[in-house]
Ligand binder design. Structure first.
Ligand SMILES: Nc1ncnc2c1ncn2[C@@H]1O[C@H](COP(=O)(O)OP(=O)(O)OP(=O)(O)O)[C@@H](O)[C@H]1O
Ligand SMILES: [Mg+2]
Length: 419
């Protein structure tokens, strides 16, 4: 601005035209922040002084006015330098207030500070939101892991909001599922082991007792015979008959226990399983000629040869049929049927009893498990042992129409020409 004034004052100073110079000075004063304008001639005489009252602080800018060297007399900015002392014809001084600039600088500083603060706040907010959405699920997983370690195995992690946290929660829950499954399997295996250990101990102890009781029983039985003979006690004596019956029952119990406790070692021969079944079924038909149970059977006439122990296998399946008859007592049909498919032989024993209660279904093959007042709980355990020793299996289920269904599956291990 001072430079502009210096250029435009050249002519006014040269011709000493006060009005022109005053006009220039007033024009300058029209500008905001300009407090005073002074134009002097080459000798430092004040030609014009114009002032205005505005708040300070003030600074002064001054410029020399030189004679222009351009042909057309027009001033050129770059021709005016401070070093051209020789052609100085005057001087202009502009007093200006720096308060506006300072205000501007202060305002700009404040704005910058506010913008910086807002940016910091926004960054913090974004960081908080992002870190919250990433860290919150991890914290919740840590809490859940702690609860699981304290014994709450049913708890599962909630799914997060982002695909990553959803995947993380899914993986975490899968891990908890497999831990729960593993735990359940271990608990079951432990329970089974504990049961088997007990059974082994009970078995050993019972074997010893059974063995020790068998001999005195035989002595009691023969002593009763002698007494009967020597004292001439009639056959129909109630007390004696009762004693004899109980001795027989006790003996049977011991026999069946010992039969189970001694591992069944089959004496394998090539036998016709259908023929064997025919004999077993006939035995039952004779036992129940006309009620209360009806034995229905369909045993194929065609032989099915397999390698088996006739006596052992007969006793095994007899236990299954006996149970069916006992379950159907007083009402119902026991249906015995056989299916032969090449090397596979299946025996189905259906009854019309009450079926196997859900809570017992896993235990019926356990030795000593019985729901009968006079049962030993060894029948199915023995049958299972025998069938397994023959390479087969027994399955039990409840029929939708009521009653139980036992299925014995056997496989012929004979060569094609022996079957
Ligand atoms: N056909 C069936 N219907 C319903 N329950 C059955 C049947 N067969 C077996 N069970 C159940 O399985 C249990 C075990 O049978 P298992 O033959 O081993 O012993 P038991 O019959 O009780 O005794 P025992 O064979 O010495 O007479 C039975 O007490 C009964 O609860
Ligand atoms: Mg039984």
């Amino acid at each position: 601005m001072t430079q502009y004034l210096a250029l435009n004052s050249e002519l006014g100073i040269l011709i000493d035209e006060q009005r022109l110079l005053r006009g220039l000075a007033r024009n300058m004063l029209g500008e905001e922040d300009i407090a005073g304008v002074v134009i002097e001639d080459g000798q430092g005489r004040e030609l014009v002084r114009e002032e205005r009252n505005i708040p300070g602080p003030f600074e002064t800018a001054q410029k020399w006015v030189h004679l222009s060297e351009t042909k057309d007399g027009m001033a050129s900015m770059d021709l005016i330098t401070e070093n051209r002392d020789g052609d100085r014809i005057g001087q202009v001084k502009v007093v200006y207030s720096t308060s506006g600039i300072e205000d501007l600088v202060t305002k700009m500083k404040q704005r910058f500070l506010i913008i910086a603060l807002i940016l910091i706040l926004i960054s913090c907010l974004i960081f908080y939101v992002i870190s919250g959405s990433l860290v919150a699920p991890v914290i919740s997983l840590a809490k859940i892991a702690r609860k699981v370690s304290l014994g709450n195995h049913a708890i599962r992690a909630p799914e997060g909001n982002t695909p990553e946290t959803i995947k993380l929660a899914e993986a975490f829950n899968e891990m908890l599922d497999s831990i729960a499954l593993g735990r359940k399997t271990i608990v079951q295996a432990y329970e089974k082991m504990a049961r088997q250990e007990t059974l082994v101990e009970v078995g050993k102890f019972s074997m010893m007792i059974a063995h020790e009781v068998k001999n005195p029983l035989a002595i009691i039985k023969s002593s009763l015979e002698i007494l009967k003979r020597e004292l001439n006690i009639p056959r129909e004596n109630v007390a004696l008959t009762f004693a004899e019956e109980e001795i027989v029952r006790l003996n049977d119990l011991i026999e069946s226990f010992l039969m189970f406790a001694r591992p069944a070692r089959p004496n394998f021969e090539r036998i016709d399983l259908n023929r064997l079944m025919y004999q077993v079924v006939t035995g039952f038909e004779i036992q129940y000629p006309d009620g209360p149970i009806e034995i229905r059977s369909s045993v194929p006439e065609e032989p099915f040869y397999a390698s088996a122990d006739f006596d052992l296998f007969s006793r095994g399946v007899t236990n299954i049929i006996m149970n069916a008859c006992e379950a159907s007592l007083g009402k119902g049909i026991v249906d015995i049927s056989i299916e032969c498919k090449r090397k596979k032989w299946q025996l189905y024993v259906k009854d019309q009893g009450k079926g196997i209660p859900e809570q017992n279904s896993g235990r019926i093959f356990e030795p000593f498990f019985t729901t009968k007042a006079k049962g030993t709980g060894l029948g199915l355990a023995f049958a299972d042992q025998v069938v397994k020793a023959h390479g087969g299996n027994i399955k039990a289920e409840n029929r939708p129409e009521g009653g139980a269904l036992f299925c014995v599956t056997m496989f012929s291990n004979l060569k094609e020409d022996e079957i």
